[in-house]
Design a protein around this ligand. Structure first.
Ligand SMILES: [Zn+2]
Length: 191
């Protein structure tokens, strides 16, 4: 056989995801269960579940369970809260991780009660957010992924087409509910 050099073949842009400054889950020994209050709005529940489950990928050890709704939700290390925190500024969602060293063991996923939530095209400037579009992005932060842009991302990768199409790049209008190749490469690399 003749060895053939693969001239011009470069690293896949699908692996350009950004991890700058992010922590990962401290363990994947059990699936992660997010707890939410029984008062958590019913209209947000399908999107919460869908955004979590997007990150369950067969070649990754990380798993997210369906949410549990209970009056005792605050005992969960991983929580979903329909409320506003100043940490989120004017954003519809925020991932507040409970960090210990270089990993985290839980935290709170905030969905702002200052937004109108829909399961349809969003318009962030007009205060209207699509549930799964926001949740899948915030769960991406819990998973260990950062924004590829702006920042800029400091991991040395360019802002590739795959990154631009990832759920970790926020969009102002429309929906972006499903992982793309860049997001999938990220979760598989981390776990
Ligand atoms: Zn974000």
């Amino acid at each position: 056989m003749i060895a053939t050099a693969l001239v011009g073949v470069s690293a896949s842009p699908a692996a350009a995801y950004c991890r700058s400054g992010m922590t990962k889950w401290n363990s994947t020994s059990s699936a992660k269960t997010i707890g939410a209050n029984t008062t958590f709005p019913s209209g947000l529940r399908n999107g919460l579940n869908g955004g979590l489950k997007q990150w369950n990928r067969s070649s990754s050890a990380l798993r997210y369970n369906s949410p549990v709704y209970t009056g005792g939700w605050q005992i969960y290390a991983f929580r979903a809260s329909y409320s506003y925190t100043s940490l989120m500024g004017s954003a519809p969602g925020y991932a507040a991780t409970q960090v210990s060293g270089r990993t985290h063991n839980g935290g709170t996923l905030y969905l702002s009660n200052r937004f109108t939530w829909v399961n349809a095209s969003q318009n962030i400037g007009q205060g209207r957010a699509d549930v799964q579009t926001v949740v899948v992005h915030e769960v991406g932060h819990f998973t260990g992924l950062a924004h590829p842009w702006p920042g800029p991302c400091t991991d040395g990768s360019a802002y590739t087409a795959a990154e631009k199409g990832s759920v970790m790049t926020t969009i102002n209008t429309g929906t972006r509910r499903a992982l793309n190749s860049d997001d999938i490469a990220g979760v598989r690399a981390i776990y």
